[in-house]
Design a protein around this ligand. Structure first.
Ligand SMILES: [Zn+2]
Length: 389
């Protein structure tokens, strides 16, 4: 049985150990040691990474009481090896995890809700509670949690005797068998947890709530603590700084500036729509009435105005074809007629203009890749047999 050094000292990150087993795994090798500071994943906290001798350790898991280190190379059984865990990563996780205990304990104490789901992701932690919380309640809890950091309270980890345990009221996600490991933050939280934690709440640093959304009848929170929270703050600062420079307003006023921009944009949209329709009418007016077909190419009109132009031209000819650039070097088309069955003619038309598309007898839409000259020539000659005249 491997001695769990991470239980005794969460700060131990360099140690020597004896290789007691080495087996081929799915990818690489599985190493067992007589003692380890590598925390196998548990309590929502991912496994440590690091080095055992020359081997790189990417993952650690515990199965049937045995701890297996996932190594990229084989190691000699009986060999004494020097080991190191990635302590920067571990410390950040401890800051986050201990901060989560403070926050969850505070929510439990204030509002009686339970943490029913906890996950430490690459970007932040998510914590699920079994009831809803208002913005005011969350802000109050966040403030109190950070007060507990300021108090720099000791964090005690212990395995109480069965009788003592029975008298204690502690948070736990499931019924636990065997020795129960409790993490106590006096006046703030008492929780069953197998993960390593910081020694004092002061080490946690900032506890920051990032977001809250409804989740399965309760609420899902995103949290960050410590240096991860600081880096997140920097990213947000850079982002809001960039927006404030783009809008030429102070950082504190970006929201109202964006709101103003959106209002301006909405007004512009309306104006563009009106101008498009007016331009469509002008373009149609300039076209002669004819027994033949009319073709128009346009780069300015919006979707609704292109359709309107087609309708206006249809009244002046047999087949009206309107083309606008599709953005990939080709065209989007709307073709309309009052006398020709375009659904029946779609195959010939698409063949003639290297296009594809379809629609109703009165109007077809699609895309074409022929050049403008070829399209014009095609419609000069195009006569469907299926006409009313
Ligand atoms: Zn925990």
């Amino acid at each position: 049985m491997t001695e769990k050094l991470y239980y005794e000292d969460a700060y131990l990150h360099e140690f020597t150990a004896l290789v007691t087993a080495c087996e081929a795994g799915k990818s690489g090798y599985l190493i067992e040691l007589d003692r380890t500071a590598f925390f196998p994943e548990g309590g929502g906290q991912p496994a440590d990474t690091g080095r055992i001798g020359e081997a790189v350790i990417r993952d650690v898991h515990e199965k049937d009481g045995r701890i297996w280190h996932h190594a990229d190379r084989t190691l000699e059984v009986g060999e004494t090896v020097s080991c190191a865990i990635d302590f920067e990563q571990r410390r950040r996780r401890m800051q986050n995890h201990s901060g989560e205990h403070v926050f969850s304990g505070t929510i439990h104490r204030l509002y009686g809700l339970n943490n029913v789901g906890f996950h430490m992701g690459a970007d932040c932690m998510t914590v699920d509670f079994d009831g809803e919380l208002s913005e005011e309640q969350l802000t109050a809890a966040e403030t109190l949690a950070n007060e507990a950091v300021r108090e720099n309270l000791p964090i005690r980890v212990f395995f109480p005797e069965r009788e003592e345990l029975a008298k204690l009221s502690y948070r736990s996600k499931k019924e636990l068998e065997g020795a129960v490991r409790l993490v106590e933050i006096p006046g703030v939280d008492l929780c069953a947890c197998c993960a390593p934690h910081v020694r004092q709440t002061g080490e946690i640093g900032l506890i920051k709530l990032l977001s809250a959304e409804r989740h399965r009848g309760g609420v899902r929170l995103e949290l960050l603590c410590g240096l991860d929270a600081l880096e997140d703050y920097r990213r947000r600062q850079a982002e809001s700084g960039a927006v404030s420079r783009l809008l030429s307003v102070p950082k504190e006023k970006v929201a109202s500036a964006v709101e103003r921009q959106l209002e301006v944009q909405a007004g512009q949209k309306e104006r563009i729509a009106a101008l498009s329709l007016a331009l469509a009418a002008k373009i149609a007016e300039a076209q002669p009435e004819t027994d033949g077909n009319l073709v128009a190419f346009d780069e300015l009109l919006d979707e609704i105005a292109l359709r309107e132009l087609t309708n206006l031209l249809m009244a002046k000819c047999r087949v009206a074809a309107v083309f606008s650039p599709s953005g990939d070097g080709g065209w989007r088309y709307i073709i309309g007629s009052r006398s020709v069955d375009l659904r029946a003619g779609a195959r010939d038309i698409n063949a003639g203009i290297s296009g594809r598309g379809g629609g109703s007898p009165g109007m077809i839409q699609g895309r074409a890749s022929a050049d403008a000259d070829r399209i014009r020539t095609f419609f000069e000659k195009y006569k469907s047999l299926d006409t009313s005249d």
